[in-house]
Design a protein around this ligand. Structure first.
Ligand code: GTP
Length: 198
C-alpha cells in the first residue's frame, strides 16, 4: 500500500518545506502519470485535491498542461509521481501528443453527470494506447457527489474499464472520495510490475 512519505522523510532527514523540491533527487523511482479526458470533467481539481487537499469551485480551463508532483513511499522506496494534467480542449490537441511520450500510466477522467464525456473516454483511451508503450491506467467517473444529476451508471463505467483493461473508480474532487485510492492503486500497480520484471 502506497503511503504519503514526504513528512516521514523530512522528519527523518531533518528537512524543511524549502527542501521539498530536492525530494525529487532522493526518489528511488520517478513515474509520469498523465490525466486526460474532456474539458471540465475535473482533471485539474482532482490533482489539486490529491496534491494539496484543496477544492476549486471556479472552472479555469487548463492551457497546455500543468505538472504536479507527489512523493509516495512503497515498501520503503520513495516513488515520485509526476502528474501531468493536460488541457481537455480540442484546440490543444497538437501539444497533447507530446505529453503522452514516456507516460507510465494514464488516468482517464469523465464526468458522471455528462454522458458525452463518458462516450469520449474511449477516444481518449485510443489516443493514449496509440501514443504510449504503457498499458497501465484507471478510468474515473468523477463528481460522484452530484447524486441528483448523475447520468452515467456505475455498471457502464465498470464495463468500459474492463474493456480497457483498467481499474474503475468513482471519485469526488469536492469531498475527496476515493482520490487517494486512485493514486495509491496506480503507484502500487506500477511498483509491482517493476518488481515482477526484476
Ligand atoms: P480542462 O482544464 O478544460 O481540461 O478542465 P478540467 O477537466 O481540468 O476541469 P476542472 O478541474 O477545471 O473542473 C471543472 C469544474 O468542475 C470546476 O468548476 C470544478 O469546481 C468542478 N468539479 C471538479 N470536480 C468536481 C467534483 O468532484 N464535484 C463537483 N461537484 N464539482 C467538481
Amino acid at each position: 500500500q502506497a503511503e504519503d512519505g514526504i513528512r516521514d522523510v523530512e522528519r527523518s532527514r531533518g528537512l524543511g518545506d524549502v527542501y521539498k523540491r530536492q525530494m525529487e533527487d532522493y526518489a528511488d523511482f520517478k513515474w509520469k502519470i498523465i490525466v486526460i479526458g474532456d474539458p471540465s470533467v475535473g482533471k485539474t481539481t482532482l490533482m489539486l485535491r490529491y496534491t494539496q487537499k484543496k477544492f476549486r469551485e471556479l472552472y479555469i480551463p487548463t492551457v497546455g498542461a500543468q505538472i504536479s508532483r507527489k512523493i509516495v513511499k512503497i515498501e520503503g522506496y520513495l516513488c515520485s509521481l509526476n502528474i501531468w494534467d493536460i488541457a481537455g480542449q480540442q484546440k490543444f490537441s497538437n501539444i497533447r501528443r507530446l505529453f503522452y511520450e514516456g507516460a507510465d500510466a494514464a488516468i482517464i477522467v469523465f464526468d458522471l453527470t455528462n454522458k458525452t464525456s463518458f462516450i469520449n473516454s474511449s477516444t481518449w483511451y485510443n489516443d493514449f494506447s496509440s501514443h504510449s508503450d504503457s498499458s497501465f491506467g484507471v478510468l474515473i467517473g468523477n463528481k460522484v457527489d452530484l447524486k441528483k444529476n448523475r447520468i452515467v451508471l456505475q455498471e457502464w463505467g465498470e464495463k468500459l474499464a474492463e474493456k480497457m483493461g483498467f481499474q474503475y473508480f468513482e471519485t469526488s474532487a469536492k469531498t475527496g472520495k476515493n482520490v487517494e485510492n486512485v493514486f495509491s492503486y496506480l503507484a502500487t500497480t506500477i511498483f509491482e510490475s517493476i518488481s515482477n520484471n526484476r
